[in-house]
Ligand binder design. Sequence first.
Ligand code: C5P
Length: 310
Amino acid sequence: MPPPLTPPSEPVRVRVPAKINLALMVGRVGEDGYHPLATLFQAVSLHDDVVAAPAPAGEFSVTMSGEAEGVGDGPDNLAVRAARLLAEDHGVADQVGAALSVRKSIPVAGGMAGGSADAAGALLACSVLWDLDVEPDGLGALGARLGADVPFALLGGTALGTGRGDVLAPVLTSGCFHWVLALSDEGLSTPAVFRRFDELGLGREPEELDVADELMNALRTGDAPALARAVHNDLAPAALDLRPDLEATLRRGEELGALTGIVSGSGPTVAFLCVDESAAIDLSTQLARLPRVRAVRRARGPAQGARLIS
Ligand code: C5P
């Protein structure tokens, strides 16, 4: 029986980054329904904020705000599931509660791990609110049960992900990369993109699940043009098959001066790498005029993983 917890006092605020996959190499689907991956994640400055406030024992709720269209606020909400899972894992589900609020800027169903970010934020915020003793990798291991990208949302920076994308190794980078994100007027379902990937027969052999040395070198030296030549996304053909209009967005962004454009994860967000901040500002103004682009955001990478803010 764990000792009774001290009642929490103040709300705890956490900021969690979105991610871009600089490389996404995907194998054939496994028996668990997941695809083995080798991916290079970069956290970017676009973020969600998660606040955990005290609530009566056994009560776990969430209020969504910001760009949260289509995200429910019931027990299936990933932040609520994360809070409950953390409480259960520590054997305190009948002693603690949390009133969560999530302010979303990461696009929903956008291929930038917005749902995983909210789960990661709730895990960190509740662990502090409830003053739990958490092992260094404990939150990540728990988070992986909620979504493959949760461990990276906690870690942040730039990291190589293997397994389902949940086994992480930090990667050395220098400098700062400037991204322009074209958000779509409609989301794409990640499972649907993986299904189309299977239908197209695109899965790699296990020995082909590898990230190119050129990519690692470009990150280490902070060389944006070299990075642009090395980025790669195996899911892009599947995402483009489901959303052919993204092809025009990619092409236009490159014509307008981006070093390169990539589909972010399973899409439909398109991420453009720019040579510097002023190129990013120019590009973002122009991209906003394209059809089917709901909004344009500038972001820098790498960004910190989930962290407490005042
Ligand atoms: O883990 P998460 O809930 O983010 O994954 C959403 C869906 O994406 C999974 O249910 C699965 O269909 C697909 N997926 C996959 N292989 C991965 C990660 C996700 O097939 N490595």
